[in-house]
Design a protein around this ligand. Structure first.
Ligand code: AP5
Ligand code: ZN
Length: 207
């Protein structure tokens, strides 16, 4: 199936899409990871880092290209982090169709706690949290032994800006899919396992 995960920063899109990809054998297409892997690449718009570290959206021209290319080689996929504004949603509708659109609802205070406490493995990209999901050894990845670091955009100030940018640009995308009648709202609070159970039942119905 073609699955789209929507939700504010910290809603659990990355966490749940990795699990979904494993469970259903789908390609995990994520603009956030793709941009982080090319953060310092010089483009006609400047480097992605200039936008990302400030919590702003990277220009559509760059992001649309990434998604187009990734979807071309994917059969079933779970798309995470895109579309983030109505123009991107319009572009997406021209290049693919969707079987399921899920939206994770999480309170703002929970989002801020999740993001400011997140730690990421520098080698394999696994996510941890200083309170909710601690590694066995502090600062070291359970999976691969890599060092854990805090994302540049997970500081309290930049998190606030990302939430503002979300409200301004991405919340209208959620309403767009709601108006089309394809949006399924999922409670994004509770443990990752509890959320995953809700998510799998929606995706299983759609496939
Ligand atoms: P991106 O990487 O997409 O960041 P985001 O949308 O802000 O999403 P996050 O990765 O922060 O959160 P998430 O919902 O994936 O949550 P996660 O599972 O990690 O984008 C980064 C930047 O790239 C953007 O600001 C922009 O500049 C640029 N960009 C990307 N896409 C773009 C686009 N389409 N157009 C333009 N620019 C674009 O979980 C977060 C934390 O919570 C983790 O620590 C995790 O362990 C923890 N957690 C997860 N689930 C739970 C749970 N159930 N209970 C407790 N803790 C949990
Ligand atoms: Zn690792």
């Amino acid at each position: 199936p073609h699955v789209l995960l929507l939700g504010p920063p910290g809603a659990g899109k990355g966490t749940q899409s990795k699990r979904l990809a494993d469970e259903f054998g789908l390609e995990h297409v994520t603009t956030g990871d793709a941009l982080r892997a090319n953060k310092h690449m010089e483009t006609e718009y400047g480097t992605p880092a200039e936008y990302m570290d400030a919590g702003e959206l990277v220009p559509d021209g760059l992001v649309n290209e990434i998604v187009k290319e990734a979807l071309q080689s994917a059969d079933g996929y779970v798309l995470d982090g895109y579309p983030r504004n109505l123009d991107q949603a319009e572009y997406l509708s021209e290049i693919t169709d969707l079987d399921a659109v899920l939206y994770f609802a999480v309170s703002e205070s929970e989002l801020v706690d999740r993001l400011t406490g997140r730690r990421v493995c520098a080698d394999c990209g696994a996510n941890y949290h200083v309170e909710f999901d601690r590694p066995e050894t502090e600062g070291v990845c359970d999976e691969c032994g890599g060092d854990l670091y805090q994302r540049e955009d997970d500081t309290e100030e930049t998190v606030k800006e990302r939430l503002r940018v979300y409200e301004e640009n991405t919340a209208p995308v959620v309403e767009h899919y709601r108006d089309e009648g394809v949006l399924v709202e999922v409670d994004g609070e509770g443990t990752p396992d509890e959320v995953f159970e809700r998510v799998t039942s929606v995706v299983a119905d759609a496939s």
